[in-house]
Design a protein around this ligand. Sequence first.
Ligand SMILES: [Zn+2]
Length: 443
Amino acid sequence: MNIHTIGGFGEVGKNMTAVHTGDDVIVFDMGLYLPPIVELEEREGVYNEKKLRTIGALPDDTVLDKLHLREKVRAILLGHAHLDHIGAIPYASYRYNADIVGTPFTTEVLKTLLRDNNSRISNNIRVIQPNSSYIVKGKKDYEVEFINITHSTLQTSLVALHTDEGVVLYANDFKLDNSPIVGKKPNYEAIKRISQKGVKALIVDSLYADDERKTPSEKIARGLLEDVLLTTRNSNSAIVVTTFSSHIARLKSIVDFGKQLGRKVVFVGRSLSKYVSSAMRVNLCPFEKDVTIASYKKQVHNILREADKSRKKYLIVCTGTQGEPGSILDRLSRNELPFSFNKDDHVIFSSRTIPTPVSINNRQQVEKRLKHKGVRIFDSVHVSGHAGREDLRDFIEMVKPEHIIPAHGDLQKMTAMVELASELGYKLGKNCHLVQDGQIVKL
Ligand SMILES: [Zn+2]
């Protein structure tokens, strides 16, 4: 078996891994590397496959062409709906005569992306429920299991590919949350079952391998939000919350506390509308009847004008966690929309700033403008969706893989995973493999 580490092994983004076994290739994920796109959007606003390849935003899957493996790809399996895992599909999946497989929410978000990009792909999109199996047909048949796990978006799955040589387990991204606000807790029974069967290789999220703790549950983020929303002096203030648009569980907590405050909750911004309406279409939105969504210019202007008049009656949820130019929060801070901040209004960041120079700078600019208006800023009302080092330790001990391949990080993060693996008895170069984009792990 050869495992091709195509993207996401050296950066946080453009995740893509291909497993070559027998005469078949099976691909996990096909994502975008977002930082150069954020820069490009500021300058140009439009992009196509060629442009995205030039700036390094797509996984370099041409490595498969060189090895004559492209025509052997039988399926593209999607672990979850984040753009760094599915965002390259509209630009690159046409190159493969292979079905795309994912859970209802993941595939619904993908369909929305395709519609928004006006792109048509000829691949069949197969929908599979969490905690069930799919058969990939190649020269041989392969059972693929989508095992329910927790992360920061709906229906995230560990993907287990059963081969003659053992199971390849793709665990990218996840956390171990036993009290998720939406959805079920991790399916530990299934993890134990495949561990007993024998996991040949584990491809594992290393983003917080150097973070020496257990990542707190989403219920802790809910507690942080409750503290800020229900115990600070805010009855006369406007309240604006920004969070990741795909984080339906977090949005549910915000909506619940908004209702407790007696405020009308409005979601403002295109990407919020994109993810929330995807959740609604597959009957997975827990606050469908409790929110108003404004996406188009006219809707946005109308709702903000109304919220500006009756500031105590509304809780505004908007895009702009990273201060992205053109996001609703950015435009609010620049007085470009019919809503103005007053002294002591609240802006709550239920997020963290992604540590890239562009994001850090954008956020600083937005905060500077908000502070100038006397706005109170509540930062980092958030917990991560990625497993910390001690979750990873528990997880590896549960899975007991023969080989570990760290993924989803730069060299520093993946080195931390190698250290953790060595604490658990693995040896670098023997059964723990520190590899970069475009390499091959031969097992
Ligand atoms: Zn993710």
